[in-house]
Design a protein around this ligand. Structure first.
Ligand code: GLC
Length: 431
């Protein structure tokens, strides 16, 4: 069965973000930022305070870093040497869910089980040493309401997490209690930061002129350093929870996917751009093309990456992947079409994400010229997805014109761990 040519063209059209729309998204994002600074209730951005500014680069000492933001949890022992230098002394990692074995992220799991599992991992990182004192920085990559650097309450799970008894709780209290249950009283959690904040701290530790930190991976979110010019407020990093940005034009796949998700109506931008969701949207469009609307094939963003990268004659790799997931053998012309569809989804994602970065850059510049700066980004989509980086650069040029030469993006790989250690170091200064 071959795809319907018109239906295919119409679907591709649905995933396009033209130049006008790109500008609108950037301007709308800036508008929501401005509104959010005045009154967060009037903005689709949560603008969460982090109670941490930018590091000096001179932070030193040995710290524990907990990176909890996806199904893979990591604990690191890190020594900060100052001058932007550091060394990872120990790293342990475990998934919170192993299909058919255990699951600490699903509805059936509890906060105690989840944090006991994490405390065990901390124990591994300190090799059972229950005497040496450690400060722990916690990168907790979910929207949290903070009152200071320690006190962060989970507002709502995102990324399809559903563990009971964590929403509304101070996550470091849950961690402390779990550590205590295991006799680990020498580890003191002192800071909680979002992973975007961690990325910004890590990047700014190494080089100046970095004000925006972003995650472009399973989830998507961005933070920036707000100087609060002319205001009484202390300058600090704000976690925008930009994945929740709403002023978008979702197509019918986006709308349908949102309706079936764990949290309908939430995280609309994230559901259009991040790795966790792109594969699902891709699968939904394929189901329509195959006349099997509603069928789930389990495509992932890694499948999409492999599909885009296929350069074999006849696109045999595309054929293999699609046949394994859908049970259909495609003609070459349809394999090409699916390569085009995967590319269209990635290009849309990169353009929307870039529009949000530019919204922040415009807001930071105000009436002044745009400053030379780096945007620090971590995450598999940015790092590995073909077409992502080049389309970010292209969209930056489209939006910023000549000023685009002042802005570049840098990969801040592993920023979540390093950033947590830096936050722990910075927490001492604040105490
Ligand atoms: C989700 C979370 C956000 C996090 C992002 C990237 O959007 O809500 O806090 O930064 O994923 O991990």
């Amino acid at each position: 069965m071959a795809f319907d040519k018109n239906q295919f063209a119409e679907i591709i059209e649905e995933f396009k973000v033209d130049g006008t729309r790109l500008h609108e998204v950037a301007a709308d994002f800036r508008y929501d930022l401005r509104k959010g600074l005045e009154n967060p209730d009037e903005s689709s951005l949560r603008m969460l305070k982090s109670y941490v500014g930018l590091p000096t680069g001179e932070e030193t000492g040995e710290y524990l870093a907990l990176d909890f933001g996806g199904t893979n949890v990591r604990v690191l022992r890190i020594r900060l040497d100052g001058h932007g230098k550091f060394e990872v002394l120990k790293k342990v990692a475990k998934p919170l869910r192993v299909e058919g074995v255990y699951d600490f992220v699903g509805e059936g799991s509890t906060a105690e089980q989840q944090f006991d599992f994490i405390a065990e991992l901390v124990d591994e990182a300190i090799e059972g040493d229950h005497t040496t004192k450690y400060l722990l920085g916690h990168t907790f990559s979910f929207p949290s309401e903070q009152t200071d650097l320690y006190n962060a309450k989970l507002i709502i799970w995102t990324k399809e997490f559903a563990t009971a008894g964590v929403e509304g709780k101070v996550v470091n209290d849950l961690l402390k209690e779990a550590l205590h249950r295991q006799g680990i009283d020498n580890v003191e959690p002192t800071a909680v930061i979002n992973d975007t904040v961690a990325v910004l701290l890590a990047a700014a530790y190494k080089q100046a002129d970095t004000y925006i930190g972003s995650i472009y991976a399973t989830g998507h979110n961005t933070c920036y350093f707000e100087p609060f010019k002319g205001k009484a407020e202390r300058p600090m990093i704000l976690n925008l929870e930009s994945g929740g940005f709403m002023k978008l034009a979702p197509n019918r796949f986006d709308a349908e996917f949102d309706a079936q998700s764990e949290k309908p109506g939430e995280q609309r931008l994230e559901k259009m751009v991040s790795g966790r969701y792109m594969g699902e949207l891709f699968g939904m469009a394929i189901a329509e093309l195959l006349g099997e609307k509603g069928k789930k094939y389990g495509f992932t963003s890694i499948d999409m990456s492999n599909i885009i990268l296929d350069e074999t004659a006849g696109l045999t790799e595309v054929g293999r992947i699609v046949s394994a997931k859908t049970g259909h053998d495609l003609e070459e012309v349809d394999r090409q079409r699916l390569q085009e569809l995967a590319s269209a989804l990635v290009v849309r994602s990169a353009r929307l994400v870039t529009a949000t970065y530019v919204g922040i850059i415009w807001q930071l510049a105000g009436d002044d010229a745009i400053k030379k700066q780096h945007i620090a980004i971590d995450g598999s989509v940015y790092e590995k997805m073909p077409l992502a980086k080049e389309n970010i650069m292209r969209a930056l040029s489209e939006l910023l014109g000549e000023s685009a030469s002042l802005v570049d993006t840098v990969l801040e790989n592993g920023g979540s761990g390093l950033g947590a250690a830096i936050a722990a170091a910075m927490s001492q200064k604040q105490a």
